[in-house]
Design a protein around this ligand. Structure first.
Ligand SMILES: NC(=O)c1ccc[n+]([C@@H]2O[C@H](COP(=O)([O-])OP(=O)(O)OC[C@H]3O[C@@H](n4cnc5c(N)ncnc54)[C@H](OP(=O)(O)O)[C@@H]3O)[C@@H](O)[C@H]2O)c1
Length: 329
């Protein structure tokens, strides 16, 4: 039985983890933390039937030895001290924040505007995208969970980057549910502001998550230095992300060849290493050929396998055909 703790269990990611670990046959939850609700049972904060007592992070430090692994579901900037403290106590750390996703303190400062106070730990963290780092993750003790937008984008585009088919420019249009911003009350995320509205923000080359796209996709593309234009939007939905990526097909690469990323892998298929047969049913990337009818996110919701994630992600790759052919709709 794996003994786990969750720092920041009252937030949106934390409460999802509580539910996943509570029903996990090989995991036992030993403590969970909160700032504002420490001392209360979890059932007083969320509509769940479990009375796990909420403790402070400082109490959790003192009880570090009770667990094998800690999940940090804290705002970025707050995970650094926690990760350092638990790692020093020999506890495996899975950090959901952005604090250990980038490879250098310079990159962290540039994208997050903060000084990284534990840069010596950055090389020890493995970027937790299974499809990219599966083998490293098997033995990793420190894991940086990827961001939400980059997960949709990187999973969709990684096979193309690996095959050298990404080109030098990709346009990404993403729409996110409101829970992606966390549980803290802020005006743009209030019901009256977000409901029946759709808001673009951080358009172009501004959003912090571009750093993770560059990390994964430029790292994967042979000689690749792709430029990403990223337009995120706030969608009036509680959860989920829809990402549509526009890629210019290189000469000689046809739509059927692109579509191999959603086909059964074969030795001849250069994309086969990304989507393994065991995970085929979980692969919800759609490659849309020219003139295809629309793909419905609701349809994707319906085929979402239970128990993997209660969130949904849809990735669509739209191909911009080579010059001689008409563009995709
Ligand atoms: N939401 C998503 O869809 C999503 C997806 C991927 C990654 N992430 C990342 O995962 C992390 C958690 O996100 P979230 O949406 O779950 O956040 P959230 O809903 O705002 O919850 C934050 C949690 O951290 C606790 N907390 C806040 N400040 C703290 C501090 N100074 N010290 C200790 N604990 C503190 C809060 O406790 P109390 O409020 O109970 O006091 C709460 O439990 C973030 O870094 C986020 O970027 C989020």
């Amino acid at each position: 039985m794996i003994k786990a703790g969750i720092a920041g269990a009252t937030g949106y990611t934390g409460i999802e983890l509580v539910q996943l670990l509570h029903r996990h046959p090989q995991a036992a939850l030993h403590w969970i933390t909160s700032v504002n609700s420490a001392g209360k049972p979890l059932s007083e904060v969320h509509a769940v039937p479990w009375n796990y007592p909420l403790i402070t992070l400082e109490e959790a430090y003192a009880r570090a030895a009770e667990v094998d692994v800690v999940f940090l579901c804290l705002p970025h900037g707050q995970s650094i001290t926690a990760a350092r403290t638990f790692a020093a106590a020999g506890i495996a750390v899975i950090d959901l924040s952005a604090d250990f996703r980038l490879q250098s303190a310079e990159a962290y400062r540039r994208w997050y505007g903060l000084e990284h106070t534990a840069p010596e730990l950055l090389p020890s963290f493995v970027y937790g995208l299974c499809e990219v780092n599966r083998e490293k993750l098997r033995t990793a003790r420190l894991i940086a969970v990827p961001g939400c937008y980059p997960t949709t984008v990187n999973l969709g585009l990684y096979p193309l980057a690996k095959a050298g088919w990404l080109g030098d420019r990709v346009i990404i249009d993403s729409k996110s549910g409101v829970s992606g911003a966390g549980r803290t009350a802020k005006q743009p995320y209030m019901f009256v502001e977000a409901n029946e509205n759709m808001t673009p923000y951080a358009i172009g080359y501004r959003h912090r998550h571009i750093a993770e796209m560059e990390l994964v996709l430029n790292g994967a593309a042979p000689g690749g230095a792709c430029h990403f234009t990223f337009s995120p939007h706030l969608l009036p939905a509680s959860r989920g992300i829809l990402s549509t990526m526009y890629v210019r097909a290189p000469d000689g690469v046809t739509e059927p060849r692109y579509a191999t990323c959603t086909a059964r892998p074969t030795p001849a298929n250069p994309l086969s290493t990304c989507c393994r047969p065991a995970s085929r049913r979980r692969c919800v990337t759609r490659c849309i050929p020219t003139g295809a009818p629309s793909a419905s996110p609701r349809m994707i919701l319906a085929i979402r396998p239970a128990g993997i994630s209660s969130s949904w992600q849809l990735r669509i790759i739209c191909l911009k055909a080579p010059a001689a052919r008409p563009c995709s709709a």
